[in-house]
Design a protein. Structure first.
Length: 612
């Protein structure tokens, strides 16, 4: 589907860089972009070594031979931070190359590409540069397009083998979907958001008491999944017997390694790459394989280690033999927490679970990470093998998680806060061109998720200085390596999910966060923070040198008053005053009304020398 916006953009691209691209087309590398989900950096030994000097997590044993191999093959940007600590807004920031406060996408809202400030997504841009584009797995980009006054689904990849397509074809071990029919029974109204497990034989076991009432499966099947798969479901009431609801934070996969939801993603990539100029089937759907005459841009969105945390049995058994410790937590910390961050902690408070269950959550999480690590390695090997078979240059961008995940730090599980454990996600870039991304190099300067799009586009031959790309908020990571890019004194972000509107700014010494808006209503009272009292801003300030675990909020400590003032002023000027955008997307994602705030243009200059 080609909208006017998309066609116009492609025309601009050709106008500015068409000659350059045609001259460089033989040099355009194949690009593989791998992204995992809810992935803590301490699940990787090499990252731990770079950050702490020790290979293992402070919580215990981790295993990551494939990611470790990637760090040896390429360049690691160890101090990369996400722009929003929620799946959808974080993935959108990478696909657009824009901060949430520049795109107007702050949480899990659906949005459209018709708003006047909107630019085509990264895969659309790659398509305009001659690439064939492929997506496999989880996407998390909730984009639509408005036609004849109505918002409609919008495909941004030429070939999209998404997680739901694979689930409907039986390529999964667990799923969640709407069911309009089960067996021969049709429903007047669909059964919504029904979870199901897939047995080794391919049979579906529904976690739905309704299906039992209707006689569609044996009574006791739903409740039986708790023991059968040794599940711990996270619920606000801590009811272990809740078989139908609550995110699964511990358990075992019903299917063996390779036949789980994530396990099929490398297989789909392999199918695509091996069916050269041929089509192949995935269930009832048919897809075109790769065309070797064109460069390829592939994106795999893995689900692991996002809930449901269901490592295959062999991985789980190994990790259950390892010893782990629960992060220390004192309830006194909650007394100084910012109210918005405390809200998230209370929503996902995990300390009411037994120590045995807390340990199981940790063991299964790291077991799931180790399994996923192997899948990442499989994907990389298939991609390099294909590229080298055709004597084509290649580039791999591995983004370790769309954000992090708490394992009882601060008394909770889940994400959604500016704490380091939720926001710190390294990137590794591996290339056939070792001059651009040297093997084994570690970059310690700050980098951000908005750098993903500029890096891919620059590799494809784009001159990022041209007018068509001056909206991008990030940097080409190759320029960061060569020291041709500005050095960031800070990283920033803003997210509205769970906590409510909250932005953060982080330097090597301090991290400051605050409430940015009184409500989530777009365009209303946008400059509220300029007039709000310091207390109303609900500030949080942590001294990273004295308090690296971010436990003691010193935002109201008089000794830090000067530090807090400087960081607050910088943060407000950037996220609220330097080309801020909010959009009234509407409940149906058909709104295009834009609200702007630009009282401090140029405030985001990467410079901040905090004086105490």
């Amino acid at each position: 589907m080609k909208t006017n916006n998309r066609i116009l953009f492609f025309a601009i691209v050709l106008l500015f860089i068409g000659k350059n691209i045609s001259a460089q087309s033989t040099k355009q590398p194949n690009i593989l972009w791998i992204l995992t989900d809810d992935h803590r950096y301490d699940a990787v030994r090499s990252f731990n070594k770079m950050l702490t000097g020790n290979e293992m997590s402070k919580l215990g044993y981790v295993e990551s031979p494939q990611t470790d191999r990637l760090t040896e093959m390429g360049t690691t940007f160890i101090n990369t931070y996400c722009q929003a600590q929620g799946c959808a807004p974080s993935r959108t920031s990478m696909h657009l190359g824009r901060y949430p406060f520049r795109s107007g996408v702050y949480e899990f809202e659906y949005y459209n590409n018709n708003a006047e400030h909107f630019k085509p997504t990264l895969p659309e841009q790659m398509e305009s540069l001659g690439y064939q584009t492929l997506h496999i797995g989880k996407l998390g980009v909730r984009i639509k397009t408005v036609e004849n006054g109505r918002a409609k689904p919008y495909e941004i990849y030429q070939t999209d083998i998404g997680q739901k397509t694979l689930g409907k074809a039986g390529y999964t071990a667990w799923g969640k979907d709407w069911f309009y029919k089960i067996g021969d029974t049709k429903f007047d109204k669909p059964l919504k958001n029904v979870e199901y497990f897939v047995t080794p034989e391919g049979k579906l076991e529904y976690c739905s008491f309704k299906t039992e009432e209707l006689g569609l499966q044996k009574k006791g099947t739903t409740q039986g999944t708790l023991n059968k798969y040794d599940l711990i479901r996270f619920t606000k009431t801590y009811r272990e017997a809740d078989a139908e609801g609550g995110m699964i934070v511990s358990g075992v996969s019903p299917r063996k390694a390779g036949n789980t939801r994530d396990g099929f993603y490398p297989k789909m990539l392999d199918k695509f790459l091996k069916n050269e100029n041929k089509s192949f089937d995935v269930g009832s759907k048919n897809f075109d394989g790769v065309d070797p005459s064109k460069p390829v841009f592939c994106h795999i969105g893995f689900n692991f280690p996002h809930t449901p945390v269901l490592p295959p049995a062999d991985y789980r058994e190994r990790f259950q033999k390892k010893e782990y410790k629960i992060p220390e937590f004192d309830k006194a910390e909650m007394k100084t927490m910012a109210k918005q961050m405390l809200k998230q902690v209370k929503t996902n408070y995990s300390k009411n679970y037994s120590e045995e269950d807390q340990i199981k959550m940790i063991q299964d999480y790291y077991a799931f990470c180790a399994y996923g690590d192997d899948l990442v390695g499989q994907s990389v090997d298939s991609f390099i093998e294909y590229s080298e078979k055709h004597n084509q240059e290649w580039l791999i961008i591995y983004v370790h998680g769309d954000h992090g995940w708490k394992l009882h730090e601060h008394g909770a599980v889940s994400k959604f806060t500016p704490w380091d454990v939720d926001a710190h996600n390294p990137i590794v870039v591996i290339s056939s061109d070792k001059n651009k991304f040297p093997a084994g190099k570690v970059v310690k300067n700050y980098t951000e998720f908005v750098d993903v799009a500029p890096t891919a586009l620059a590799a494809a031959g784009v001159d990022l200085k041209t007018e068509a790309f001056n909206y991008l908020d990030g940097m080409d990571l190759a320029a960061v390596v060569s020291e041709k890019a500005p050095v960031r004194d800070y990283v920033i972000g803003e997210s509205h999910a769970v906590t409510g509107p909250r932005a953060y700014i982080r330097t090597k010494d301090y991290v400051f966060s605050m409430q940015t808006r009184p409500t989530k209503k777009r365009g209303e009272n946008m400059n509220w923070a300029l007039n709000a009292t310091y207390e109303e801003l609900d500030p949080a300030l942590y001294d990273m040198k004295k308090d690296p675990l971010e436990v003691n909020n010193v935002a109201f400590d008089k000794k830090y008053k000067k530090v807090a003032q400087q960081m607050k002023e910088k943060l407000i000027n950037i996220v609220l005053g330097d080309n801020r955008v909010e959009v009234g997307w509407g409940k149906k994602a058909d709104g295009t009304k834009i609200y702007k705030s630009n009282f401090a243009p140029g405030a985001h200059d990467y410079k901040l020398k905090v004086k105490k």
